[in-house]
Design a protein around this ligand. Structure first.
Ligand SMILES: Nc1ncnc2c1ncn2[C@@H]1O[C@H](COP(=O)(O)OP(=O)(O)OP(=O)(O)O)[C@@H](O)[C@H]1O
Ligand SMILES: [Mg+2]
Length: 322
């Protein structure tokens, strides 16, 4: 992990286990280790990619950062303050600095609210009281995301998927956040629209100095938009590196598998569906990738407790790769 004096977000040892209930009495049989000791750091104005197959725990990490879920263990520091232990009241002013963009903008926008109504809550939360200033700010936000001013009075169902995602981005930006958690923001969109939204996110980052956590299955997009990438497998980060290094010199056998599943794509927008596997409640001893790894040996019965450094900012949780 790149260390700097003042990261915007630092997550350490984050854990969330979900109980699996069985039988008529709904007794807890076991736990799904959705997030099992995750560390990550996001620097100001940078994009951290979080990749891994379906069910590996990516969205749970985002929900824990936003405090939509309480962690079982670990800490989240935002802008130098630990937010995990704050009361709801103390967290309130910080909440607007972290926003989320969802995969499906249709379900995240209220169908009975016009675009202006959806965005105006955030504009008010940002402290703009005067009605005409609010209207001005809404127009400015729509312009920033490439939507005409006339869209303010229209409803979500009147737009295409790409336009709705633009509205979702405008709503996230309405509170002037520092960090935006993008959970698969383009995977529900038509391929032809995906590149437009990605470029919009890049432009907004340059203009507003935003930081992103970018969750995606699409490794081509991740290599295009991210500065640093964490690869997640069964609730753990198994490799992390600057994006260029990760794609040039991947080390962990799971990362190699992920990359091997990506065909040579020449443009942004192609989306591989990587091994959609359900997270198993019971994992093998030692390395979680052990039962699938061709190089599984005696050492692997004990997973490295810490990530092993293999290069500048490049860490891997694997004895063989190290
Ligand atoms: N509220 C919950 N209750 C019980 N189990 C949950 C809950 N939320 C998530 N899980 C389980 O935790 C694991 C991780 O889920 P999560 O949604 O974080 O995965 P993901 O990496 O975002 O997957 P995808 O790429 O499909 O979105 C999965 O096994 C999921 O079934
Ligand atoms: Mg998810």
């Amino acid at each position: 992990m790149t260390l700097s004096a003042k990261p915007l977000l630092r997550v350490e040892g984050l854990k969330k286990y979900f109980p699996v209930r069985r039988g008529y009495l709904q007794r807890v049989g076991s736990y799904v280790r959705a997030v099992d000791g995750v560390d990550l750091t996001i620097q100001p104005h940078q994009t951290l990619g979080l990749v891994g197959e379906s069910g590996c725990g990516k969205s749970t990490v985002a929900r824990l950062i936003l405090r939509l879920l309480n962690p079982d263990d670990g800490t989240v520091q935002f802008d130098g303050r630990e937010i995990t232990a704050l009361t709801e009241r103390a967290f309130k002013p910080l909440r607007k600095q972290i926003q989320m963009i969802f995969q499906d903008p249709y379900s995240s926008l209220n169908p009975r609210m016009t675009v202006a109504q959806s965005i105006s809550d955030g504009v008010r939360m940002a402290g703009i009281k005067n009605k005409s200033d609010q209207r001005k700010r809404i127009r400015q936000l729509l312009d920033m995301v490439g939507m005409p001013a006339a869209s303010a009075g229209r409803y979500p169902h009147e737009f295409s998927g790409g336009q709705r995602q633009r509205v979702g981005i405008a709503r996230a930006l309405s509170v002037s956040p520092k960090l935006v958690l993008c959970d698969e923001p383009i995977s529900a969109l038509d391929v032809s629209i995906q590149a437009q939204i990605i470029n919009l996110l890049k432009d907004l980052q340059a203009e507003l100095g935003l930081s992103y956590l970018f969750i995606s299955h699409d490794l081509n997009v991740v290599s295009y938009i991210c500065d640093y990438v964490c690869v997640m497998y069964r609730g753990r980060i198994v490799e992390s590196a600057p994006a260029t290094v990760l794609f040039d010199k991947p080390c962990h056998p799971y990362t190699l598998n992920l990359l091997a599943a990506v065909p040579e794509a020449t443009e942004v927008g192609w989306s591989p569906q990587v091994g959609a596997e359900l997270q198993r409640a019971v994992l093998p001893d030692g390395c979680a990738f052990g039962d699938q790894c061709p190089d599984y040996g005696d050492d692997c019965k004990h997973e490295p407790a810490d990530m092993v450094k293999v290069g500048d900012g490049h860490y891997v949780r694997c004895w063989n790769a190290a």
